[in-house]
Design a protein around this ligand. Structure first.
Ligand code: ZN
Length: 412
């Protein structure tokens, strides 16, 4: 109460119809100014307009490593936006692509603020050099119509579904239950995300939810384990351990099996984004529930940030480990779109592809020795044995020969 009064005295312009001292989901509609030290409010959710202004202000301040991407506009006029962060953003380069997204359930709000905070943190203090080594896409608000159901100035009526009341985390094509698993047409938000995933090749992803405190890894729809479950267990355990260590009072992030669960073990669902991304796009994307309270009071956001920061950065760093490489054509040196598979290990679309643009690929695996088979139409396949330790990156440059290169020239 005292703090609010202080703030109002200081900045009378903050007073909006929605800003009530009683509202734990405090929203600020103070637009960022060029002279402010920090753009993201320290302990408040932004209004919708301020949310957009924050993204554009970050891009304006850090033009060499930050850009706003408009992924789509909803019928309401609100937009699905993402920040693209990478050092030297004007030049496309071969780097692993990471997706961070939050609040597809519009009332699970903490992740929305956490991802804004993450963006500013990476831009101002990228101590680990993540932006040198990866491209990070940050979509803080995946369901703006659900979050701002009461209007652009208030989160008071934030709700799970979108404007049509559809649960977006049941609305994706499902590898087991078909293209329309919930019986609804793909919602505008779903179509926007599907298009974003088709146009980029996300290698690693994290999708923040609320209502529990745990790291949920694939699958949701299959009882069968994901072939990379050893890797999932390792990264999810590390995430939980860091969050437990940094959270207050030793009580944070302990749901289910000490903060970790397989999706299907927790409760099977069809049409989840996690399964869609892992199966159809081969992105290692996890669903991470970061707060027991869905509508986390704004005053608790700073503590949440200190609890989860290291866990989150540690997970993002996983994008820089594993088997990385490029596939090129022996004669032309051009990149080759190749299929990289580990025979006897891969199934259910767990193998990966190299990109057509750079021929680069990224495969995240638990420590071990693997036989990686590289194949592409018209080329002779190759097999490589790779041994990988924990937190290690192995870089492979794979050169493929065309089938025709091997045929001896015919005499005339
Ligand atoms: Zn959720």
């Amino acid at each position: 109460m005292k703090w609010i009064a202080f703030v109002l005295l200081l900045v009378p312009g903050w007073l909006t119809p929605s800003l009530r001292a009683q509202d734990p989901l405090l929203t600020t509609d103070r637009a960022p100014t060029p002279t402010q030290h920090r753009v993201v409010p320290a302990a408040a959710y932004p209004t919708y307009g301020v949310y957009e202004a924050i993204l554009y202000e970050l891009a304006r301040r850090y033009p060499d490593r930050c850009r706003v991407e408009v992924w789509g506009t909803l019928p309401s006029g609100r937009r699905i936006l993402a920040l693209k962060l990478t050092q030297g953003i004007r030049q496309e380069r071969a780097r692993p692509q990471v997706l961070c997204t939050a609040a597809m359930h519009g009332d699970e709000l903490a992740g929305y603020w956490v991802l804004l905070r993450l963006a500013e943190d990476l831009l101002t203090n990228d101590e680990g050099g993540l932006l040198e080594q990866t491209v990070i896409y940050i979509n803080p608000l995946a369901n703006p119509d659900g979050a701002y159901a009461a209007g652009d100035y208030s989160l008071a009526a934030a709700r799970r579904g979108n404007a049509n009341g559809v649960d977006l985390n049941r609305n994706y094509p499902d590898p087991d239950d078909g293209r329309f698993p919930d019986g609804n047409a793909h919602q505008p938000e779903t179509r926007i995300f599907m298009r974003a995933a088709e146009r980029r090749s996300f290698d690693l992803g994290i999708n923040f939810h609320g209502g529990a405190e745990l790291f949920n890894y694939p699958w949701d729809t299959f009882r069968t384990r994901h072939p990379d479950t050893d890797w999932w267990r390792k990264v999810s355990r590390e995430f939980a351990q860091r969050a437990q260590h940094d959270g207050p009072g030793g009580t944070y992030f302990k749901d289910r099996s000490n903060g970790v669960t397989n999706g299907h073990d927790w409760y099977p669902i069809a049409g989840s984004r996690q399964d869609y991304m892992n199966y159809y796009h081969r992105t290692r994307e996890a669903t991470v529930e970061i707060t027991n309270a869905k509508r986390l009071p704004a005053a608790e956001l700073p503590t949440l940030w200190t609890s989860i920061r290291r866990a989150l950065l540690g997970y993002l760093r996983e994008a820089t480990y594993g088997i990385h490489g490029t596939v090129t054509d022996r004669v032309t040196g051009r990149p080759v779109l190749a299929h990289l598979t580990i025979p006897g290990h891969d199934q259910m679309q767990s193998s990966v592809y190299s990109s057509a643009a750079f021929g680069d690929f990224y495969r995240y695996l638990a420590p071990g020795t693997y036989r990686l088979q590289v194949s592409a139409p018209g080329y002779r396949s190759r097999s490589l044995i790779v041994t990988l330790a924990d937190k290690q990156r192995r870089y492979l440059h794979v050169v493929l020969e065309r089938d025709s290169d091997l045929v001896p020239a015919r005499k005339k």
